[in-house]
Ligand binder design. Structure first.
Ligand code: FAD
Ligand code: N01
Length: 542
């Protein structure tokens, strides 16, 4: 599994390379592969003891992808596509981690990385236009290019609930799950959070625990995964059509080979609408949010999807009062990521599961023995925080990244992240963010998103070489226009209405800005290509 390539006492590295890549998830691994293929010397740095990123850290029971594995996998190597056999439609975390480890070995990427090493700062030397990258192990790397593949969902959010540290039982965050697993047998378990991580893990924890208390602040929409095993015949058929599948994915709105119904939800008959929703419900998961093109654009269209999903929830949950608590009432469907579940709502039919509605009875404190709400003390052995991430900017904010004139990225982004195309930031020459804010990022298949960005960054570096430039830097006007374009696009949707992590609303004090680009994966790819074709329009060179 996660091989340690560096021993705990390795000497620090003082080194000069062409490029530093931070992160060894899907993005960081591909960045190392791609830049190496250009002939660059590359040093990767990763906090974890192995490759995998998201899939290294999130080992909680039930962790799976919600984009089909055949799509949520690298496309850069047709040989890899043909040789890897996914066992299910939505692979489990161990299978995805095994795949990433296979890729690291097959393409000989592991040795480029310093593992168990956290980047603490990256500072620009304005004279030489080189980046000095420092780590918590005393390493100092000087590089022309600095690529942050640090993940959009890699910084766990531990809420500051009073008394959190006093709990005497075991505490786990889903995003930092112990490698040896957690045995809930005979335990009274509390899960705080009903986002994707909570909803994926709750059914499996319930099967093991003596009693499970789910502490729900906001109910969430969730659609059954419709997961299935792939047999050889199915795999053969998918592999035969892989190239076309990828083409459709690259042109689609979300990076998968599916598109919304051609008509508005309100243009079709009641019968046709129900049939379309039913078909998407059966297809499974997050794609339900994109059944009709206007579903997250108008209240009236959204209401039709909500009504359909709510009827499903009422049918799945035996106790009507519990069903009502499980139906969201604070956001339009799809404006928080729809969860892809396996028997989530049915779990509330079990006698050993209690739903605690925190809107009715908020948590007052965590105590030595459990959780106290405004009306009850719950005695617990184990507490699971499924409380999400400081998304999109969290990992970058936790490093000291300093560009021109000693100005930090944190200062530049104090009112919310500002990028050109989600990749470049004015004042930070030769610094690239992969799947950053201002790109489709978390709204699309992130493996294809990472490949798209890294291929573009590689083309950008080749452009520098061809024109004998030393550095590329996003201009302020192009960035301002892009930020405004992203804001305008979001404002034509219902997304800004939700208190979602897309809006930064889950982190106290974080600026409330819709962070991803919502114009679609295919449309964004076209813009990236046009910008490159026009000599990287909107960037300055020196
Ligand atoms: P990550 O995989 O997050 O890797 C970033 C790495 O950078 C981490 O390993 C981190 O330790 C490292 N790092 C960060 N800061 C530093 C530092 N300062 N120094 C050194 N190292 C650092 N997306 C989809 O498209 N489809 C899905 O089905 C899907 N499922 C998901 C399921 C879960 C449970 C979660 C949490 C997310 C899921 N996502 C999904 C989003 C997922 O994060 C991306 O798909 C993808 O894995 C991101 O890859 P990445 O390489 O960009 O970032
Ligand atoms: O995190 P979340 P997540 N007291 O932020 C609650 C991807 N992912 O880890 O909504 C009580 O969605 C919070 O409540 P509220 C996917 O993109 C994918 O589940 O803020 N509750 C919410 O219920 C996903 O969207 C998969 O009111 C508190 C929950 O914690 C993203 O990662 C699986 C609280 C957090 O939900 C994040 O998902 C897992 C508090 N103080 C993750 N603080 C797949 O299926 C927070 N909460 C592929």
């Amino acid at each position: 599994m996660s091989a340690r390539t560096e021993d705990a006492a390795r000497a620090n590295r003082i080194d000069t390379v062409d490029a530093v890549v931070v992160g060894a998830g899907f993005a960081g691994l591909y960045a190392v592969y791609k830049l190496r293929s250009l002939g660059l010397t590359v040093r990767g740095i990763e906090t974890a003891a192995g490759v995998g990123g998201t899939w290294y850290w999130n080992r909680y029971p039930g962790a799976r992808c919600d984009v089909e594995s055949v799509d949520y996998s690298y496309s850069f190597s047709p040989e890899l596509e043909q040789e890897w056999n996914w066992s299910e439609k939505y692979a489990t975390q161990p299978e995805i981690l095994a795949y990433i480890n296979h890729v690291a070995d097959r393409f000989d990427l592991r040795d480029h990385f310093l593992f168990e090493t956290r980047v603490t700062s990256a500072e620009l030397d304005e004279e030489s236009l080189r980046w000095e990258v420092r780590t918590d192990r005393g390493d100092v790397l000087t590089a022309q290019y600095c690529i942050f593949a640090t993940g959009a969902l890699s910084t766990a959010n531990m809420p500051n609930i009073p008394g959190r540290e006093s709990f005497s039982g075991d505490t786990h965050h889903t995003g930092h799950w112990p490698h040896e697993g957690v045995d809930f047998t005979g335990k009274k378990v509390g899960v705080i959070g009903t986002g994707s991580s909570g909803i994926q893990s709750i059914p499996l924890i319930a099967e093991q625990a003596d009693h499970l208390y789910v502490f729900q602040r906001s109910a969430n929409y969730s659609v059954p995964a419709g997961n299935m095993s792939w047999d050889d015949e199915m795999r053969r058929a998918i592999k035969a059509g892989y190239a076309e599948r990828r083409r459709l994915s690259r042109e689609s709105g979300g990076g998968s080979p599916y598109n919304a119904h051609p008509k508005s939800a309100l243009e079709v008959s009641e019968e046709e609408r129900r049939a379309a929703y039913e078909e998407r419900w059966k297809l499974g998961g997050v794609l339900f949010a994109k059944t009709f093109p206007d579903q997250t654009r108008t209240d009236a269209a959204n209401a039709t999807a909500r009504e359909f999903a709510e009827q499903k929830i009422r049918r799945l949950v035996d106790d009507p009062a519990i069903a009502e608590k499980l139906i969201p009432n604070d956001h339009p469907i799809g404006t928080k990521r729809i969860v892809t579940d396996t028997h989530y709502f049915e779990t509330y039919n079990r006698p050993n599961v209690t739903l605690v509605d925190l809107k009715e009875t908020p948590i007052e404190s965590i105590t030595r023995s459990g959780i106290t709400t405004t009306d009850t003390e719950y005695t617990l052995d184990t507490l699971v925080f499924a409380t999400g991430f400081d998304a999109m900017t969290g990992a970058l904010d936790r490093m000291r990244i300093v560009g021109r004139a000693g100005v930090s990225l944190a200062e530049c982004w104090s009112e919310g992240p500002k990028t050109y195309l989600g990749v470049g930031v004015p004042g930070f020459p030769n610094m690239f963010v992969v799947t950053g804010p201002g790109s489709p990022s978390v709204l699309a298949n992130m493996v294809l998103g990472a490949e798209q960005h890294i291929d573009w960054i590689a083309a950008c570096i080749e452009h520098l070489w061809e024109n004998d430039y030393d550095a590329i830097e996003a201009t302020v006007p192009a960035t301002d226009r892009w930020v405004e374009h992203c804001r305008e696009l979001a404002s034509t949707t219902l997304f800004p209405l939700a208190n979602s992590w897309y809006m930064g609303a889950n982190i106290p004090g974080k600026p409330r800005v819709f962070m991803p680009y919502i114009g679609g994966f295919g449309a964004y790819g076209k813009i990236l290509a046009e910008v490159a074709d026009e000599g990287f329009r909107g960037f300055d060179f020196c």
